[in-house]
Design a protein around this ligand. Sequence first.
Ligand SMILES: Cc1ncc(COP(=O)(O)O)c(C=O)c1O
Length: 436
Amino acid sequence: MNQHQALKQTFEHARTYFPSLGNTYKGRPVLFFDNSAGTQVPQFVIDRVTDYYIHRNAQKGTIFARTAEMQQTIVDARQLAADLVGAADHTEIAFGQNATNFFHLYAHHLGRDLRAGDHIIITEADHHANVNPWLELAERDIHVHVWNVDSQGNLDFDHYEKLLALKPKIVAAGWASNATGTIHDMKRITAMAHEAGALVVADGVQAASHIAMDVKAAGVDFAAFSTYKIFGPHMGFGYINRDRLERLEGWRIQKELGKDAYFFEVGSQNHEGIEGFIGSMEYLTRLTKDAEANGLVLDEALFGILRPSRRNIAGAMHFAHLYEQQLTNHFLANLAEAEGVILYGKNAAHADERLPVFSFNIEGIETDMLGHALNDAGVEARTGNYLAINLMKRLAAPFGGSALRISLVHYNTVEEIDRFFNILSNVIQQLKSRVH
Ligand SMILES: Cc1ncc(COP(=O)(O)O)c(C=O)c1O
């Protein structure tokens, strides 16, 4: 079996871990293409949540064995989150409600150290989660600058350089676009920000569903992630670099307890969700084992030096990205054949710089009509701006800033893509005949 076949076999089998992928609509299997909004969960997660309720359902701060077990489970889960994103260890991780909440917390705490007249950079490409919290600081006469994208939605680094000359204190930027699927060069963004004396708050939400994350290699200072987009429960977690944590002047939360990231976890947490997150990491670990059983190999120079649990979790995401590139190429080849397509973001020539997240419109067809017709035919895909509001306003202006988004992950298949393009072609014919 060559690599192409081994990846296909591994990831087509991965579907079998997800009970919800067998769902039907009007008697036909659903094409679940809304993964950028949230992924489905494997049985590992369902089992973990059930197990929590049976064995470890307890509150913090008692002497019961049940509480001790629950608390240890949360530490274990933070360690797995550290493995997933490449943090030093569990002390750099905090669980919470979702990524948006973390960006608000970061803006609140970092904002305490800012003075009127200070500068902050946000981007035109970002989801509003990492935009709005910073815009709120403008009310205190802090200057918030928008780093522009070009006509393809790529961040304009010349513009960035000009903004960095203002010596901003913070750069808030996304690791990958949830609208166009473009992967941003986070290492370059961070290196340039640090050179100018700014720290970086990264939105890792979209990238983490698709690629092996490495917060240390990218050098980001703060980041946030959504566990429900990484095959887990509806929650999020934050990463805070230890060095930054120590220097966080505005730090006010449970100050007397010390400075570990998890003191951002104020109040009671979603214990069952945190335990469910462990299930999602067990799933990724299983994927690496499956891939290796199919003859796929991890580059030991890169992965052999990692702690074993990180090796297995990041390894799965590495294989997933390789497989997703097959899906991307197949999707873009089909899209090129379809009638009147306007694709936003990277085309086939730059397929390796993007995720399998495709936003497009069809000339002469209203976006919402397209979405409804596809939904009727069993395609669960979203239309709108996906809260990448400024980006979509710029890219899809003639369509009112709205587009159809097909977002795939590693459990989607080539066969599903083929089925989609058959449906799309029929839907286009139907809608065009209605218009004329
Ligand atoms: C890029 C990006 N950032 C942030 C968010 C918001 O994440 P959460 O729902 O965890 O707050 C999303 C959700 O769609 C997203 O795609």
